[in-house]
Design a binder for this molecule. Structure first.
Ligand SMILES: [Zn+2]
Ligand SMILES: [Zn+2]
Length: 609
């Protein structure tokens, strides 16, 4: 038997590829559960199978189905609720609401790049027979909103194909799919927001008394109860550790009332008065010097510009002589182009995020704004300059997002630190898993807190909070030890050798994410891969171009040093006479020997010559 197959019973096998594919056999026909890249087809003849009767899918993610064509099987069945995400995916990709100002992450964008033909739609209560086997459908949302599981009674056993609800004993594949609105917040604020739904679905599986659980990604589980209970316990601990120092408690304390006073939870601090040289407006801070010049931090809205003009008219301030942008989120940058057109001052931005502001189409990230601006001063970490009586020092501040800066503004009396959205009085802002918050010593919030220990600011400012605050040495110590603990416990939650692969949705990304191109021109697309591991890793990658283009691009490989970003670049000659439209180009990836399928994508807008 080929090693890619596991025999579950006489009529049931699993093929291990990009995803696990169930193979249910009835004479010379098979019914498949999920499909992956389709390599399962090369192995079924060994089992005496000549044709595929049906392929039934657990959920819409691209890795389940990217190899599937209508000609592969007589029938194709999917979760009723996810019908659109199989058969109308072009609408999804062409809708700018799924591209810019992204605050909602459902459906998740690991979407097929081309629609497939569907014959059957399944929902809870449906059942079908295939040979001697009975297949019953149950709704099991959590990993995606419309995920279903298939309960298969065959050869005297009960086996459940549970999609990506669980990876193995106590493990899940990644957590960014679980980012979801709950209580009073949007998806953006809902870190692990679908954990309750996921837990309910897992308990629903146990209620069916399965002998075996088979995940889409992961290991065949022969002790489902233990596997599920371990996962539920771990999710509870991981969420508790997140809440313990979360900045979100300041904005939505009602959401966390059941956690109040728990051990290891940092008490929420009181704010303190703002120095007289500062003014808070919208998501902006104005620093006003003795000569009445003003230096502005962030500009998310035209009202800021209006406010400055009014103050100028009243003689309260004079010239606008600088702008610092804390991070790329739309509520901090949307009105920057107009701000610069109005005041024409220099713009200072951490070099780590300057490119997002100059070329936002290059990125797909939460809350990203399409407003592009030219950065006049991309700042290095630790770079200082004088602005009137103040000394300003810029830092890369990988807090709320990796693409974030911090600005220290000091004179003889105060050390004011503008932390963007990274902190509130209740802790750190890491509630959006799409923002690339890394765990580990010297990276992510650990780096930000280390910097706070070094600088010891007298006042910390958040752009959404109109008071100043600070942290005691003990509080900083507590937050850093919480993060160190989290690196370990989140590490146990995922099958990867670093927690960050499960946390950081964009550890693989295409650059530029989106671009225009004209037929017969060459386009360059780079795949950026962050190796979060302690050792060098090999990556092999290739773009998958539309069949109609008649081009096959060979895979390329790269060795990526531990804890660094590696790149694999492709140049693609766009053929003549292709239809001008948006093409979503998926990229296949093999990382450290693990085939991840069409893991990420880039957008090409082919324009008329
Ligand atoms: Zn999935
Ligand atoms: Zn923000």
């Amino acid at each position: 038997m080929p090693s890619k197959l596991t025999r579950i019973s006489k009529h049931l096998y699993v093929h291990h590829g990009v995803v696990n594919v169930g193979i249910l056999i009835n004479d010379d026909k098979a019914l498949l559960i999920d499909f992956g890249d389709g390599t399962v087809k090369d192995n079924i003849s060994e089992l005496g199978v000549n044709s595929i009767y049906s392929v039934i899918f657990t959920h819409h993610h691209r890795d389940q189905a990217f190899g599937f064509k209508a000609t592969d099987s007589e029938r194709a069945g999917i979760p009723e609720q996810e019908y659109k995400w199989f058969s109308e995916v072009e609408d999804y990709w062409n809708n700018p609401a799924n591209r810019w100002h992204i605050y909602n992450f459902h459906p998740h964008n690991l979407m097929l790049t081309e629609s497939v033909l569907i014959t059957d739609r399944y929902k809870e209560g449906d059942s079908l027979r295939f040979g001697d086997a009975t297949i019953s459908v149950i709704d099991t949302p959590g990993h995606t909103d419309g995920s279903i599981s298939y309960i298969i009674d065959v050869d005297g056993q009960r086996v459940i194909f549970s999609g990506d609800l669980i990876y193995g004993e106590g493990k899940i594949w990644e957590l960014y799919s679980l980012q979801k609105a709950e209580a009073m917040v949007s998806d953006y604020h809902g870190f692990l927001g679908s954990r309750k739904q996921l837990k309910q679905s897992l308990l629903k599986l146990l209620n069916q008394s399965p002998d075996i659980l088979i995940p889409s990604h992961g290991e065949v589980m022969t002790d489902p109860e233990n596997a599920v209970e371990t996962l539920i316990d771990r999710l509870d601990i991981c969420y508790d550790r997140y809440v313990a120092i979360s900045a979100l408690r300041h904005y939505f304390p009602e959401m966390f009332s059941e956690y109040e006073g728990r051990s290891g939870h940092m008490p929420i601090r009181q704010g303190k008065p703002v120095p007289s040289c500062l003014l808070h407006y919208g998501t902006s801070w104005f620093i006003i010097s003795q000569n009445k010049d003003v230096f502005v931090i962030d500009c998310g809205n035209n009202a800021v510009i209006k406010q400055i003009k009014e103050m100028q008219n009243k003689g309260e301030i004079k010239d606008v002589s600088g702008l610092w942008i804390t991070h790329y989120h739309d509520d901090h940058v949307d009105a920057v182009p107009e701000f610069l057109a109005t005041f024409g001052c220099p713009i200072h931005v951490s070099e780590k995020m300057a490119d997002i502001l100059e070329n936002p189409r290059g990125y797909r990230l939460p809350c990203i704004s399409p407003s592009a601006v030219k950065v006049s001063n991309p700042t290095k970490d630790g770079q200082s300059w004088m602005w009137n009586e103040f000394k300003m020092t810029a830092y890369h501040f990988p807090g709320q997002t990796y693409y974030h800066g911090g600005l220290l503004v000091e004179d003889q009396n105060v050390k004011m630190f503008f932390a963007g959205d990274s902190f509130t009085m209740s802790g750190i802002d890491d509630y959006c898993s799409g923002n690339r918050n890394w765990l580990g010593k010297g990276v992510g919030f650990d780096r930000c807190l280390e910097l706070m220990e070094e600088i010891k600011p007298t006042h910390i400012f958040n752009c959404h909070v109109d008071l100043a605050f600070d942290f005691t040495d003990d509080e900083i110590k507590m937050m850093r030890s919480n993060l160190a603990e989290r690196e370990k416990i989140y590490g146990e939650l995922f099958p990867w050798d670093s927690a960050n692969y499960g946390m950081d949705e964009f550890w693989v990304k295409c650059y530029p994410y989106e671009q225009d191109v004209i037929s017969e021109n060459t386009v360059e697309i780079r795949v950026d891969i962050t190796n979060h591991s302690e050792s060098e890793k090999k990556a092999i990658c290739r773009p998958v171009l539309p069949k109609s283009w008649g081009i096959d691009v060979k895979p390329k490989s790269a060795s990526i040093t531990a804890k660094s970003e590696g790149h694999i670049a492709f140049s693609i000659l766009i053929p003549k006479d292709i239809q001008p439209m948006l093409y979503v180009i998926p990229f296949e990836l093999i990382y450290d020997g693990l085939a991840l399928g069409q893991f990420r994508e880039a957008m090409l807008f082919v324009k008329k010559t």
